[in-house]
Write a protein that binds this ligand. Structure first.
Ligand SMILES: NC(=O)c1ccc[n+]([C@@H]2O[C@H](COP(=O)([O-])OP(=O)(O)OC[C@H]3O[C@@H](n4cnc5c(N)ncnc54)[C@H](O)[C@@H]3O)[C@@H](O)[C@H]2O)c1
Length: 390
């Protein structure tokens, strides 16, 4: 079979990760597009792509492309993904899928109609220890889940001169910290627990209502202390407490201003028989607490359940990490594009819509200071229940 032909729109932090994963999965990297012809050319050289497209709009409809990866700032996800699907391309679109629920819904519908693969990189699902936790919950070892809690903390927007396109609501969306990383936390919590967040109460904090702006600054790059002061409407942090359809209660602290924390996604599930804790910065281990003893389950393919061992391609003690999750995710998507069997746990546009619904509820709750039902408030959306049921 000839290799799949992949193209990547957006070549910043995550575009480069996608490019690596696409190559490892055996794709031909046909081309890339960034924000200008010049940056596209430089990125094509750096990432080893065959050519630089003159624009992302040209890339997503190009006849010699099978799979489009959309890794641009958030406001471009909807138009680019719609154009790609209309042109018959399989799409991997970064989160958040769209800036609002309506956009995400439009994309789910477009992907369903086109019968094309449409995936969203909620890649933390691809840690073997995450799958192990999910298997323990599904197999009944953990017992009925009572509490889901944790946090997702970063510090790269800690200071007033830290800036990025994500801060600007026009480019990133009305929600920043929650849509950017809270969406990952909720996806993971729902994925591992099998529960759905049905009702929530949220508070948000914009600690710096003004930043020294430099929209072009790369994510995770430190501020330079210079730039133009501009007002900020997106949140630096959000606190959410929630109820699930499985009768559990939960809470999460989401922050991009927690000093010293780089990418600390922490998820803990307290069941009737044991508690499980996953830390994204120590992903080789799954903490398993029982009243009698605490066990640290190591990522070792010889002892993991088959669902987790599938993703553990190195022997125990040889650490796997974030990029490996991306590789496994992209390989799964490509396998489906090639007509392979459906893959358990592959995050799709429906999961992107799910994240948009939760984000919408968080924004409403924080604004109106009240509990909000997820998925129905505030606009009585005619969401196809099938589409958002995993
Ligand atoms: N799934 C994950 O774990 C994960 C991690 C990081 C980022 N993301 C998502 O990936 C996306 C990109 O984030 P990032 O951190 O890589 O941002 P970034 O700022 O590092 O990169 C953005 C890229 O988009 C390009 N771009 C800007 N305008 C463009 C245009 N009009 N046409 C084509 N390209 C354009 C820029 O040149 C740059 O290459 C965001 O949606 C973000 O939420 C997901």
């Amino acid at each position: 079979m000839p290799p799949l032909r992949a193209a990547i729109a957006g070549t910043g932090f995550i575009g480069a990760v996608h490019a690596r994963s696409a190559r490892l999965a055996g794709a031909q990297l046909v081309g890339v597009a960034a924000s200008s012809v010049e940056t596209s050319r430089r990125a094509a050289d750096a990432l080893g792509a065959e050519r630089a497209f003159s624009s992302a709009e040209e890339l997503v409809v190009s006849p010699d492309v099978d799979v489009v990866h959309i890794c641009t700032p958030n406001h471009l996800h909807l138009p680019l993904a719609l154009a790609a699907l209309a042109a018959g391309k399989h799409v991997i679109c970064e989160k958040p899928l769209a800036l609002d629920v309506e956009g995400a819904l439009e994309l789910v519908d477009a992907a369903d109609m086109a019968e094309l693969q449409a995936a969203v990189p909620f890649v933390y699902r691809y840690y073997p220890t995450v799958r192990e936790a999910r298997e323990r919950v599904r197999g009944g070892q953990t017992g009925a889940l009572r509490l889901l809690h944790g946090s997702y903390l970063q510090d790269w927007l800690l200071r007033p001169d830290d800036d990025n396109w994500r801060v600007d609501a026009q480019l990133g969306g009305a929600s920043r910290a929650f849509a950017d990383i809270g969406s990952h936390w909720c996806d993971l919590a729902e994925f591992v627990s099998g529960h759905r967040i049905v009702r929530l109460s949220a508070r948000s904090l914009t600690a710096m209502p003004e930043r020294i702006g430099k929209v072009g600054r790369k994510a995770f790059a430190p501020g330079e202390g210079v730039g133009e002061a501009r007002s900020v409407t997106t949140e630096d942090a959000a606190l959410v407490q929630f109820e699930t359809d499985g009768g559990a209660l939960g809470s999460a602290v989401i922050s991009q201003i927690s000093a010293g924390r780089k990418n600390r996604l922490w998820l803990e599930l307290d069941g009737a028989d044991e508690a499980l804790a996953f830390d994204q910065e120590q992903p080789e281990e799954l903490w398993c607490g029982r009243r009698e003893a605490v066990t640290m389950l190591r990522r070792d393919p010889t002892t993991l359940t088959p669902a987790a061992a599938r993703l553990a391609f190195l022997p125990g003690g040889h650490p796997q990490g974030y990029a490996d999750c991306f590789d496994a995710f992209v390989a799964d998507v490509y396998g489906c594009v090639r007509g392979g069997a459906e893959v358990d746990g592959l995050p799709t546009f429906a999961d992107g819509l799910r994240a948009a619904l939760i984000t919408d509820a968080v924004l409403d709750s924080a604004r109106e200071q009240r509990w909000v039902d997820v998925g129905t408030a505030p606009r009585e959306l005619a969401v196809d229940a099938e589409a958002v049921t995993r």
